[in-house]
Design a protein around this ligand. Structure first.
Ligand code: GLC
Length: 636
């Protein structure tokens, strides 16, 4: 072959090689090491594409076009934000896939990650299993609390796995859970999202992360995020970093006034457990520490969380969290962006004004108020989570897991969690010489009263279908405590229900005994802040009109300890049921003796609110029921 032809041949060879090279995208090759994929992708990204990855927007302002145009890296459902009323799994999957197509159609095709609050099951989704809120889970199966905390982390791990399955069934790969707050004052409206006032219980409960994300491989590098995609797991989020449960008087989003030893000794330990378990993300708290907003706290976010604790996932803001750096919120948005990104936040839950955020951040980088190295750190962390969880290989969801939503196996697990979350606080002898509990299934006629006996929304509490929860029935599927009682008693036993009876009705009804189910109306976040912690009306009157007349057991459905001492002497038995969720049979299983009471208080039960804050270990400690208290009974 002549020289010219040889040269022509070599040229074609070189061109085809470079063409092949340009077609081959290392970051898309799952056989490549994680670091190589991140490096390859980073070097291809423009500034706009990097800023897009740091931007999380609410689904209500999102569309495939917006995602494509602004290279949006993440979308969320805020509390109660759904594709429609009673949306099905395929409604959710279609919605998430639609946004994902927008992301995949960008130049580099980086998949977006969709996040949602699944804090006691997949609580936004109709027909999903709603588990007890964390305040109840922190109670499950403790023995001799002073000596050994025999908590059942296996139970919360199973709950995490069930929740992950139901979340993935809707096409969502990321949850803003668990909340690992250590609630130190029950006046805080989010105390029910906290497992305990004792950090050691919260640390044990971080096992839910393993349920959500999967077992982290033994040889994993500390702090590196891990999600077992093939086992239908999701990325988790330890929140809210740090000290959210320690604010002054329990005022939500307020100031946590405590020295470094106290902050690191009480509020920090569960983050260490979470990082060791490979938690993928950490959400920053709205609150302040000694007057410094957490969303602007470089020392605790960059130097401690990312430095000393070597957290390698990404740090996300709370909803409009950067806006609230200033007072009033959003007063100086450019300052908020600068402070939060330079403090070490990687992804910003904007969630609506993404134009303003993207424009503001772009300007601050242009002015060198924020360095490119800070931006690259943020984007690397976001990509690390997306690559690690397999989102590049599996960006689109399907409806193959639809049957897992609210499946019987999960409801049975939730029923078990309800049983083990109940705490028996009083159980006196009655006329016949036996103790009030367990109740006999055989009786001529029994009375069930109270605002929470036949009210699924009240027994689920906040963060259920709606952000603030929904009182009443019909919000989703489940079993009320009344329905559970009717199924549990002997077929010949007549069950009479009266939500708010007067004394005469109780006196003249010929009832063998009464079950009183009262508590708090649903609430979430600041709406739940309470300085007086009283039972929702007409709870006190119902107790008086019923327990003052016949033998009664009171079941409290509350997100925290409430004022109960004034009514205690009138009741023969008292049970704390917290916020049990959809499976009310867990309550009837135990009050009728099919199972024994095993729960021990994971929170101190005060006498009066002027004692607060009062926690186990305090010098002045004079509770109505102490931390770790709970009467045990045997199944009959
Ligand atoms: C809320 C909560 C946070 C939640 C986020 C998204 O305000 O503070 O716990 O994950 O916004 O809904």
């Amino acid at each position: 072959m002549g020289t010219g032809r040889w040269l022509g041949f070599l040229l074609i060879l070189a061109l085809s090689a470079s063409f092949a090279e340009s077609k081959y995208l290392k970051y898309k090759d799952s056989k490549q090491p994680l670091g190589a994929r991140i490096k390859d992708l980073m070097k291809r990204m423009t500034l706009a594409e990097k800023i897009g990855q740091m931007t999380q927007i609410e689904r209500a302002v999102a569309s495939a076009d917006v995602v494509k145009q602004y290279y949006i890296g993440s979308i969320l459902s805020g509390g109660g934000s759904t594709p429609g009323l009673r949306s099905t799994a395929s409604d959710w999957v279609n919605m998430v896939n639609n946004y994902q197509h927008g992301a995949l159609s960008t130049r580099l095709g980086i998949p977006m990650i969709y996040g949602i609050d699944a804090v006691h099951g997949h609580n936004t989704v109709y027909n999903a299993t709603i588990f007890p809120h964390n305040v109840g889970l922190g109670v499950t199966r403790q023995d001799a609390l002073i000596i050994i905390i025999d908590l059942d982390p296996e139970l919360v791990k199973k709950i995490g796995a069930a929740t992950a399955l139901e979340v993935r069934a809707t096409g969502i790969p990321y949850v803003f859970a668990p909340c690992i707050a250590v609630c130190r004052d029950p006046r805080w409206g989010r105390c029910y999202e906290s497992y305990s006032e004792d950090h050691s219980i919260v640390q044990l409960m971080t096992e839910i992360i393993t349920g959500l994300q999967g077992e982290i491989p033994k040889n994993s590098k500390k702090g590196v995020p891990f999600v077992d995609w093939k086992k239908n797991k999701v990325a988790a989020c330890a929140k809210h970093y740090v000290g959210d449960g320690g604010t002054n008087k329990g005022v939500n989003e307020d100031n946590t006034i405590i020295n470094k030893q106290g902050l690191f000794g009480i509020h920090m330990p569960a983050y260490l457990n979470s990082i060791v378990k490979g938690v993928s993300t950490v959400m920053i708290s709205y609150s302040s520490w000694n007057g410094v907003k957490m969303h602007a706290n470089h020392e605790l976010i960059t130097n401690v969380l990312k430095g000393k604790l070597r957290f390698r996932g990404f740090v996300i803001s709370d909803y409009e969290g950067i806006d609230r750096i200033t007072s009033p919120p959003h007063a100086n948005y450019s300052y908020s962006i600068e402070q939060s990104i330079n403090a070490g936040l990687d992804m910003i839950m904007v969630p609506d004004n993404y134009n303003e955020f993207i424009g503001g951040l772009t300007n601050l980088i242009a002015k060198k108020a924020i360095s490119m190295s800070r931006i690259d750190d943020a984007v690397k962390r976001i990509l690390r989570v997306k690559f690690t969880m397999g989102l590049f290989e599996n960006p689109l969801a399907d409806t193959s897991l639809s049957s897992k939503i609210g499946c019987q196996e999960h409801r049975d697990l939730a029923r078990r969690a309800v049983r083990e979350s109940l705490v028996l606080l009083k159980n006196e002898k009655i006329g016949s010489g036996r103790r009030m509990l367990p109740l006999p299934k055989k009786a001529d006629k029994i009375l069930v009263v109270g605002t929470h006996a036949d009210n699924l929304g009240n027994q689920c509490g906040g963060w259920t279908i709606e952000w603030q929860g929904v009182t009443g029935n019909g919000l989703t599927s489940g079993t009320t405590i009344l329905s559970a009682v009717k199924s549990a008693v002997d077929s010949k036993t007549q069950v009479v229900f009266a939500e708010n009876p007067d004394e005469n009705f109780v006196k003249n009804g010929g009832f063998s005994y009464a079950l009183v189910v009262v508590g708090e109306q649903p609430y979430a976040e600041t709406k739940g802040d309470s300085q007086d912690l009283t039972l929702s009306e007409p709870g006190p009157a119902i107790i008086k009109n019923t327990c003052g007349v016949i033998d009664c057991v009171v079941v409290l459905v509350t997100g925290r300890p409430v004022v109960i001492q004034p009514y205690l002497s009138s009741m023969k038995a008292l049970v704390a049921a917290w916020l049990p969720g959809t499976e009310g049979q867990g309550v009837s299983d135990v009050i009728f003796g099919d199972y024994g009471f095993t729960g021990k208080l994971a929170r101190t039960w005060f006498k009066t609110t002027d004692q607060l804050p009062m926690n186990v270990g305090d010098l002045h400690y004079d509770p109505l029921f102490p931390f770790g208290y709970g009467i045990e009974t045997k199944a009959i």
